[in-house]
Design a protein around this ligand. Structure first.
Ligand code: TXA
Ligand code: MG
Length: 352
């Protein structure tokens, strides 16, 4: 049995959050909104509850979850050897969509860390998530979707994937950013980016100085060894095939996308184009179905609608989706990383 409770995202009813905190403390599973995507949470100190998360999500057992905290005291509870200079920086960036990999403390079980000696930790910038944690305990939470599907950015996505399998869903409306947190590894000499997210590389470098950005973090091709265990699995994918078009220049991108869509229609395929406010008209006027993802003038709008758009594809009477690419600046890097993975690395580039 799953219970659904609605709250105001910015000013959540404390009584409702206390009820949810009680479910966490009693070993239950609660889906809750964060500023990035919805998480599926259990107490970090309850191995049985954490194991249940893996079962209901159908998540591989070697893929650890992020530990969500609401204070720096909790950071020292879950992580060890936190460098002093890092703590000063965390006071600037937290709460926020940035996850840091650190050495785990002895309090963290092998189940909670999937046997690794590190933990991924973040303090979410969302009133519902922060209050839920401060009313309960550090919360281990992967995204609240069936493994492999696009992460949920609305309660309706969680309902679709997990209704009847978890104890409670807190509906706090749409997540603010729409893509998962940026992850950096802080156990190495200089920080390494594992997953691009709303906290951009440009912002990271301003705070942390040198930050390494390996090819894997861009979502370029598959690779032998995954930096984060989760990176080796297929992700974000709609059930229907998706092709990503990439071109540095906008007219070239539209032409490439139109040509590809036209070819596929000639082969008898029903096509939908995932396009931007600036370009959708070019496809609509020649009769293509479209999903408008967001504006190129503000890539945060694209990030926010991206996973909902990917989920829409499967609800439409189409055989194939073609998605336009975006510039890899700012949050565009996170958007492209997710789109490349969603396409299963089926990318078509312009020749120019
Ligand atoms: O925005 C987010 O990060 C959302 C919300 C709910 O906070 N959570 C999320 O969790 O995206 P999940 O489980 O879908 O992604 C967590 C990623 C996985 O790729 C996992 O492999 C990686 O973090 N990870 C977790 N612990 C790690 C560790 N100790 N070392 C390396 N990677 C780790
Ligand atoms: Mg996930």
């Amino acid at each position: 049995m799953t219970l659904l409770l609605k709250v105001d995202a910015l000013n959540p009813d404390r009584e409702v959050i206390r009820r949810a905190a009680d479910v966490i403390l009693k070993g239950g599973l609660v889906a809750f909104p964060t500023e990035t995507v919805y998480g599926l949470g259990a107490s970090t100190y309850n191995d049985e509850a954490i194991r249940r998360i893996y079962v209901v999500k159908n998540r591989p057992m070697d893929n650890p979850s992020i530990i969500h905290i609401s204070s720096l005291n909790q950071l020292h509870e879950v992580a060890e050897d936190v460098p002093e200079e890092l703590e000063e920086k965390l006071k600037i960036v937290w709460p926020g969509p940035l996850t840091i990999i650190l050495r785990k403390s002895s309090r963290i079980s092998a189940v909670a860390s999937c046997g690794l000696n590190t933990v991924a930790v973040r303090m979410p910038a969302h009133p519902v998530a922060l209050t839920l944690i401060s009313e309960s305990t550090p919360i281990s939470a992967p995204s609240a979707n069936i493994s492999g599907k696009p992460s949920p950015t609305r309660a309706e996505h969680v309902i679709r994937d997990l209704w009847g399998k978890i104890d409670l869903i807190i509906d706090g409306g749409e997540s603010f950013f729409g893509v998962e947190s940026t992850i950096i590894d802080y156990t190495r000499k200089s920080p390494v980016l594992y997953r691009p997210g709303p906290f951009t590389v440009e912002e990271l470098r301003r705070i942390f100085g040198e930050v390494k950005v390996p090819e894997q973090a861009l979502g370029l091709g598959q690779f032998k060894e995954a930096l984060a265990p989760g990176m080796k699995y297929r992700h974000y994918a709609p059930d229907k095939p998706l092709i990503l078009t990439e071109c540095g220049e906008l007219d070239g991108l539209v032409k490439l996308t139109l040509d590809l869509a036209t070819d596929e229609v000639k082969k008898g395929k029903k096509v939908v184009v995932l396009c931007s406010s600036e370009t959708c008209g070019s496809y609509a006027k020649v009769g293509f179905r479209i999903i408008e993802v967001g504006s190129r003038l503000n890539l945060y709008t694209v990030a926010k609608n991206l996973f909902h758009s990917l989920r829409l594809i499967d609800s439409m009477d189409v055989d194939l989706a073609i998605a336009e690419g975006y510039p890899e600046v700012g949050v565009g890097l996170a958007v492209m990383n997710r789109l490349r993975k969603a396409s299963g690395y089926k990318m078509v580039k312009c020749t120019a």
